[in-house]
Write a protein that binds this ligand. Structure first.
Ligand SMILES: [Zn+2]
Length: 191
């Protein structure tokens, strides 16, 4: 989901929360409590890949995040901790466990839902939010129906999950190299 304020000129920095550590991976900067650093390890490759793929799929052709800027992913344990690391005056709704702030190039993810259950497929949730950021970058102040932006985000996240599952199965069966599989599983799914 989006959070206000919407994009004006993306890239404004916000202060880092104290007690959190930073981990940089490609275009992605993870900010999270030190005890959860393995979550960043698990998400790093997906974040970088998803960032590039989603921008290609949306035909952004160089628009969006400047080359020397990064996408920031803040991770908390429970939704109740999200507001404290949100941009000033823009806390997410209390029921939310994932939110994107286009104006700040920022995504906040919770490891648990508001009901206490762990968030499954956190990588897919992250990809969904990256799609929202990219879409907002394209649209600027223009509005599109919610079903459209949500539909694109679902396709760009969950559609890729299905493809990853298929590739994983093929890898287990054939133990083939990525290069050999490239023709079977093109890196860029068709929109
Ligand atoms: Zn959404």
């Amino acid at each position: 989901m989006f959070a206000s304020p919407v994009a004006k000129s993306a890239g404004e920095a916000i202060s880092l929360p104290s007690g959190y550590v930073q981990m940089k991976s490609g275009r992605c900067l993870f900010v999270l409590p030190p005890e959860n650093h393995r979550v960043a390890d698990d998400l790093a490759d997906t974040c970088d890949e998803a960032f590039e793929r989603i921008h290609v799929q949306l035909d952004m052709d160089g628009r969006g995040l400047p080359k020397d800027s990064h996408l920031e992913i803040r991770i908390v344990d429970v939704p109740g901790n999200m507001a404290a690391i949100s941009p000033p005056g823009s806390p997410p709704p209390p029921w939310s466990s994932a939110v994107a702030y286009p104006y700040y190039n920022l995504i906040i993810l919770s490891l648990h839902h508001a009901n206490g259950k762990p968030v499954e497929n956190l990588d897919v949730v992250m990809e969904h939010e990256i799609s929202h950021l990219a879409m907002r970058e394209i649209l600027g102040d223009k509005r599109v129906p919610r079903w459209f932006s949500e539909g694109v985000a679902v396709m760009q996240s969950e559609g890729w999950l299905a493809m990853k599952s298929s590739r994983s199965t093929i890898l287990k069966i054939t133990l083939a190299s990525r290069e050999k599989l490239a023709w079977l599983m093109p890196k860029q799914p068709t929109l």
